[in-house]
Ligand binder design. Structure first.
Ligand code: SAH
Length: 343
């Protein structure tokens, strides 16, 4: 049995013409799945019953199972999916004023082992296929209380630029008017700093947003909390970001989570403002989520505010965000959402 999400409209048309069905039937099927949220061919009431039957015998709409769904008191909702090979992945819906953001995973597990992050704790399993990423988005869309999923962030488990081709394929698919029609400018890739991926992305000609998880402003601190820095050092990463901005004419966002006794002192803020001087960028600082197992705690409010003040006074476009979904994080691993209201 094939998964229908492996096909684009042209490919489905070809299958249907082999069945002596008119081409417009493919558009109808796409409409049902991607605009109306049908997950069962039986529900596609304007298709002849013989065609519905044949589709059912040959294709399925969903391949994974929704295993768990948790709702936070702040409206954030987390979904746990079981994949066909028994791997599990998470995705999140984050409602905010005027927008609904879906946060999706790109890998089952993670190999990057950031010191403050729960995702890598149980190791890396495998890359997700483009279809599995699309399926996460389909589930989120179908469960967003009838509201349109307006934004998408690749900030769930895994490193999107370490699964480059599948992530880009999924982005092009959901960006298409035939499917979810999510505008490129409303799609964000977040990377831990995989430089070859950043360079490649600069040449794609896509209007998507690039977010870089920085979390430290000197080589030593960054290597301690993000081992990826030993392969792609901060100095080269910042140079690659400057190059990206030059090539694409787009702003880059730096994510900086504040972790007590690790990266949140005034000295760190001074180093950060120095390395970002003159760059077309913005910085999101976010007090980290508590992860007891990793002994990761956010700093005091006073320290957070003085970090922010220093950046502002240095002329850096900085926003303080607060993590969301803290109460459901405890229930199933980690929720590291921030795209949200200011503190
Ligand atoms: N690998 C990519 C995307 C996944 S991580 C990246 O590194 O950007 C997504 C975001 O969650 C990153 O910015 C990461 O630093 C953040 N994150 C991880 N653990 C966190 C924690 N304990 N508190 C707050 N944010 C966290």
């Amino acid at each position: 049995m094939k998964d229908i999400k492996d096909l684009d409209p042209r490919e489905l048309e070809r299958v249907l013409s082999g069945w002596r069905e008119p081409a417009f039937r493919a558009a109808q099927v796409f409409l049902w799945i991607y605009k109306k949220g049908a997950v069962d061919f039986e529900a596609m009431s304007n298709l002849p019953s013989g065609l519905r039957q044949r589709l059912k015998e040959n294709f399925r709409v969903l391949s994974s199972k929704l295993v768990k769904r948790l709702k936070s008191s702040d409206g954030t909702e987390k979904f746990l999916f079981g994949l066909e090979d028994k791997n599990y992945i998470e995705a999140v819906i984050i409602p905010a004023k005027g927008r609904i953001t879906g946060c999706v995973s790109t890998q089952a597990g993670c190999k990057f082992c950031c010191r403050f992050c729960a995702s890598g704790v149980s190791g890396f399993r495998r890359n997700l296929t483009a279809r599995e990423i699309i399926e996460e988005i389909l589930y989120l869309r179908n469960n967003s209380s009838g509201k349109k999923l307006s934004h998408l962030v690749f900030m769930g488990t895994g490193e999107p630029l370490d699964n480059y081709d599948n992530v880009l394929k999924a982005i092009r698919f959901v960006n298409s008017p035939d499917t979810f029609n999510i505008g490129a400018r409303k799609i964000t890739i977040s990377t831990s700093g995989v430089i070859p991926g950043i360079k490649k992305l600069a040449r794609e000609g896509l209007q998507i947003e690039l977010s870089v998880s920085l979390h430290a402003a000197d080589e030593k601190t960054r290597s301690t909390i993000m081992p990826v820095n030993k392969i792609y050092p901060l100095k080269d990463l910042i140079a690659a970001c400057r190059e990206y901005i030059g090539k694409t004419n787009r702003q880059v966002t730096f994510e900086y989570i504040l972790i007590k006794d690790m990266n949140s002192g005034l000295k760190n803020a001074q180093k950060l403002s120095k390395i970002l001087t003159g760059m077309n960028c913005k910085v999101n600082i976010i007090p980290c989520n508590v992860i007891e197992e990793l002994e990761v705690y956010p700093p005091e409010k006073k320290e957070i505010l003085s970090f922010k003040d220093h950046l502002s006074r240095s002329g850096i476009n900085v926003t303080l965000r607060r993590p969301r979904g803290a109460d459901i994080e405890a229930a199933c691993g980690q929720l590291r959402m921030r795209y949200e209201k200011k503190l």
